[in-house]
Write a protein that binds this ligand. Structure first.
Ligand code: 6PG
Length: 469
């Protein structure tokens, strides 16, 4: 066995196995490590040539097999396991070696690990990897953050294995410390928003337009040919065509309407609150997963309350409005996520290049969409852009679709079809684009009951009034 494998990977689960095979496909030699004997043998067998892909259950053999500086990626579940893998590797490593956490770790954990390992002379990267198992195998979008100098050692491998958009790799050095994990977290928050929106429009098309699964399949497939072209719209179309092996019916109808979550969407929302950046479409997407989990309560409540029978709407008109509203709400979701990134960049010193982030999301990741090419352009031409809604290139796109969102939200409210993501996207738009909001009244109330003071529209300073009672 040689001791100069280019790349090491710990954790040969679905993601790890696919990622390491991808590395080998791109001409690098790779060595895997997992405690599970079966996973190790399976990889050696699938890799075909042990001089190119090899693996061991033994950490010492694994570390000794790697060329300097060692580049070791961890694809293990986020949390304590990451710390214990780091601890087990640490005594075996040399100064200058590189550990890359490719999981969805919470960004403050990455900061802590980066600082800890820096003291020991080890470079630590938090690198978000998006695209699921298929992406890992054929080209994911990779979001690395950490030491810029050390990134030069990882760069050729990541650029080779990443997805390509018109030949450009969907990976870039994003910033110091936890920048990569943070960007991946917000990517997932956007993912939650887009998924919630696609499911709401499905509900509407089904209940108001009486579209069959076959028609839904066709509708989403057609949308995927136009400006809504995206991975999530594409797979949504395919989902409607999937038959159920157990009953022969349509699988989508057999799936329980309780959505699970692993935390990244919630973290996005929580951190946006900490930063004071509004991301209501992402917030409600998290809340909807929580409401969905209350199936038994929902079922009870359903019996207690009536809801209107949805008034039937002409299919073609509804499909047309649905496409426009979804496009509008997708824009709002990306706008909120990018806004959060802009603020987090200042708060945490990431120095993020938002154009570069949009660019590496154009292929490989779950939120890849035609829209990201436009978002990339918007941020490239105006690097200091505070919000996508302020980009002149987005004004016409929004103006041309917002009315459909208004119509559908009002239809949903009248007919008892919950469209919280769409409604929140619309409210966000209406509020963000309002020069004057009624929050003057809130300031008055605060001052009234708590002498919290207020500012005035006509002069500088802080004011308090002895309100008449
Ligand atoms: C990706 C995904 C992935 C995430 C799943 C599940 O970019 O490949 O974001 O990282 O783990 O989407 O997330 P939830 O279980 O929270 O829905």
């Amino acid at each position: 066995m040689t001791n100069n494998y280019d790349f090491g990977l710990v954790g040969l689960g679905v993601m790890g196995r696919n990622f390491i095979l991808n590395v080998a496909d791109n001409g690098f030699t790779a060595f895997g490590n997992d405690l599970d004997e079966e996973k190790v043998s399976a990889l050696i067998e699938e890799g075909d040539d042990p001089n190119k892909v090899n693996a061991s259950t033994d950490a010492k053999t694994f570390v000794a097999a790697l060329s300097a500086p060692r580049k070791i990626m961890l694809l293990v579940p986020a949390g304590k396991i990451v710390d214990s893998v780091i601890e087990s590797l640490l005594p075996l490593l040399d100064e200058g070696d590189i550990i890359i956490d490719g999981g969805n770790s919470f960004f403050t954990d990455t900061d802590r690990r980066e600082a800890y390992l820096k003291e020991k002379g080890i470079n630590f990267f938090g690198a978000g990897v998006s695209g699921g198992a298929k992406g890992a195998r054929l080209g994911p979008s990779i979001m690395p953050g950490g030491s810029k100098d050390a990134y030069q050692h990882v760069k050729p491998i990541f650029e080779a294995v990443s997805a390509k958009y018109k030949g450009e790799p969907c990976v870039a050095y994003l910033g110091p410390k936890s920048a990569g994990n943070y960007v991946k977290m917000v990517h997932n928050g956007i993912e939650y928003g887009l998924m919630q929106l696609t499911s709401e429009i499905y509900d509407l098309l089904k209940k108001a337009g009486k579209l069959t699964n076959g028609e839904l399949h066709k509708t989403y497939a057609e949308w995927n040919q136009g400006r809504l072209q995206s991975f999530l719209v594409e797979i949504t179309s395919e989902i409607f065509a999937q038959k159920d092996d157990l009953t022969g019916g349509d699988l989508v109808d057999m799936i329980l309407d309780k959505a699970k979550q692993k935390g990244t969407g919630k973290w996005t929302s929580q951190n946006a609150m900490d930063l004071g950046i509004p991301v209501p479409t992402i917030d409600i997407a998290v809340s909807m997963r929580e409401i969905s989990a209350l199936k038994a309560e929902r079922t009870k409540a359903d019996e207690l309350y009536d809801r209107p029978m949805p008034e039937e709407v002409m299919k073609s008109a509804l499909v047309d409005k649905g496409e426009q509203a979804l496009y509008f709400a997708f824009i709002m979701t990306y706008a909120q996520g990018m806004h959060q990134l802009a603020d987090a960049s200042k708060e945490y010193g990431y120095e993020l290049d938002l154009g570069e982030i949009a660019k590496i999301w154009r292929a490989g990741c779950i939120i890849r969409a035609a829209l990201l090419a436009d978002i990339t352009e918007a941020y490239k031409s105006e690097p200091g852009l505070q919000n996508l809604l302020l980009s002149t290139s987005f004004v016409e796109k929004v103006k041309g679709t917002v009315n459909a969102a208004r119509e559908l939200v009002s239809y949903g409210a009248t007919n008892g079809i919950p469209l919280p993501g769409l409604a929140n996207a619309l409210t966000y738009f209406d509020a963000y684009t309002s020069q004057r909001l009624p929050l003057n009244l809130i300031q008055a109330q605060r001052d009234y009951f708590g002498s919290h003071t207020y500012e005035r529209t006509d002069r500088e300073g802080i004011f308090h009034t002895e309100w008449q009672t």
